[in-house]
Write a protein that binds this ligand. Structure first.
Ligand SMILES: [Zn+2]
Length: 536
């Protein structure tokens, strides 16, 4: 951040009565009025979900969402609205798909094709074999036994008591207080190995099943209650699996597995899916509310626009995208004139490994070496995030802060300071007007797995909001019921107020927002570790 220390004292006093104070009361009330009485957030969410639907990266629906969100940003009056491309892979979409048991009795099953698997080209009927495989070493047991079969590759794990998480949940004060307990970061130089084995297994499985002459494969949903997800990761050009594959609801899968113990079971899979190779780039959508001081840099807010396709990607993450767009609309509508530019980002390819925001970091903020293993380097940014040195790019110095929204439809309860202890007092001050909206918690603990992490990993101040989970963890996350019905209008309007206000506070702050030191290679914090061979 650049601060002009030469301003006359009188001017400073007039412009900024308290250095990191929240916005003046009138501005906060105008933001609240725009959101509570003139909201567009549910219309935005409805268009993204009901009209466009599931937005798998590079699918025709995601392209439509990229175009539509840019049009909306322009209609709201934002500037510099544009897409930013980065290399991703193939587009893929489902026209229709069904799975039926045809013997010993006819029965329609709850199913979804696994993303980026090929079509069946009409109904494919075959007998099943239950052959659970998790690691390459499991292949030996099934060699020579799979020819012509539909292979059920998951272990039919029995139904568990699902009392761990309430079906619909809001955080209590105690639960939020517990988030303010910091776990120190750990650094294990070998942490990547199990992760790599896990993500690489589907590729090995497809090669094995193809070589054995299997017809297709089926996995079991990780959740009960009829939910399916269809998550798959072989989206790169040249990595497309050879065999069609579907996920079945856990109850349907277990039924097939039980029947197979006592007699032949036949399935019919009809998966009419399509690849779209018109453009292998994915695109982030960027829009600016320009700042009045061109030297003051920028603050950012973002959410990922892409989703999985079992349903309409409502809570993950049309909700966050709609809130980010709504904050942009509100700030423009009240005529906000921030000192720093406020930049809004709708990321792509978050669901396949947080690619969009990582691409933004690499293009604009900082570079770092890629993993020396090109296979690992290409799988996901996580495999490159522990490479050093980090080299800041020019915009690094202009970047003031980033705020991310990606945890469903619940209202904002506060913000994770993400281990940035020095930022805690400032964040508390910015949230202080919102105790009546339940959004004042600032907790130190870090969060992982979404679009603030690669900014944070290069030492920039990047924060994720705390949100009430509602039914996100229990039911909607990546599932076939992630529809508009699970969005809560009051929560999203609240989130838009808090986000717009925090962004404006950050954009106008005369104090720089504290950052971490530029990260360097950490030491192994357990240098006397022995690995338990039984766990490998
Ligand atoms: Zn997700």
């Amino acid at each position: 951040m650049i601060r002009n220390t030469l301003l006359p004292l009188a001017l400073l006093l007039a412009a900024a009565p308290a250095m990191a104070a929240p916005l003046d009361a009138e501005t906060i009330n105008r933001i609240a009025d725009q959101s509570f009485s003139h909201s567009q957030v549910m219309q935005t969410a409805a268009y993204l979900t009901d009209r466009i639907g599931g937005r798998l990266t590079n699918s025709p629906a995601m392209r439509q969402a990229e175009r539509w969100t840019q049009e909306r940003f322009r209609e709201f009056g934002l500037s510099n609205v544009h897409p930013e491309g980065f290399d991703f892979g193939r587009g893929w979409w489902i026209e229709r798909a069904s799975v039926r048991m045809t013997g010993p009795r006819p029965l329609a099953l709850r199913s979804i094709p696994i993303a980026w698997t090929p079509a069946t080209n009409g109904p494919l009927t075959a007998e099943i074999v239950v052959a659970p495989m998790r690691k390459e070493r499991d292949f030996a047991e099934w060699r020579g036994k799979l020819k012509g079969k539909i292979v059920l590759v998951s272990f039919p794990a029995p139904a568990a008591d699902d009392s761990k998480e309430a079906p619909f949940k809001r955080f209590t004060g105690d639960e939020i207080a517990k988030m303010d307990q910091v776990q120190q970061p750990t650094y294990d130089p070998e942490i990547d190995r199990p992760r790599y084995e896990r993500v690489n297994f589907p590729k090995q499985l497809d090669v094995f099943l193809k070589a054995e002459g299997a017809a297709a494969w089926v996995s079991m949903s990780a959740r009960d209650n009829g939910l399916v997800h269809g998550v798959g990761y072989l989206y790169r050009v040249g990595e497309t699996p050879a065999l069609p594959a579907v996920e079945l609801a856990a109850e349907d899968y277990r039924r097939l597995a039980r029947l197979a113990k006592t007699g032949p079971v036949t399935l019919e899979i009809d998966s009419k899916v399509h690849f779209d190779d018109s453009d292998r780039n994915a695109y982030n959508v960027i829009a600016d509310l320009p700042g009045s001081d061109p030297k003051a840099g920028f603050v950012m807010a973002g959410a990922h626009l892409d989703s999985w396709v079992a349903a309409d990607g409502a809570t993950d993450n049309a909700a966050g995208s709609a809130v980010v767009m709504e904050a942009a609309r509100i700030l423009k509508a009240i005529g906000a004139k921030p000192k720093r530019t406020i930049r809004f980002a709708l990321w792509s390819a978050e669901e396949q490994g947080v690619h969009g925001s990582d691409a933004y970091v690499r293009q604009h903020l900082a570079t770092r070496p890629r993993n020396p293993d090109p296979v690992r380097a290409a799988i996901a940014p996580a495999f490159n995030s522990r490479m050093f040195p980090v080299t800041p790019l020019p915009a690094y110095r202009e970047f003031a802060a980033y705020f991310n929204i990606d945890n469903g439809s619940g209202k904002l309860r506060g913000v994770h300071a993400e281990g940035n202890f020095a930022a805690v007092p400032m964040l508390k001050e910015w949230l202080s007007p919102f105790s009546g909206l339940g959004a004042t918690a600032v907790v130190s603990s870090p969060t992982a797995g979404t679009d603030h992490v690669y900014m944070q990993s290069v030492g920039l101040p990047a924060f994720q909001f705390i949100q009430d989970p509602l039914d996100y963890n229990s039911r909607t996350h990546h599932t076939d019921i992630d529809t508009y019905d699970h969005l809560r209008a009051e929560d999203l309007r609240q989130a838009a107020v808090v986000l717009a206000s925090v962004l404006l506070s950050a954009a106008n702050s005369d104090k720089p927002i504290p950052a971490a030191p530029l990260p360097t290679e950490p030491a192994d914090n357990d240098p006397f570790r022995y690995r338990d061979p039984a766990r490998d």
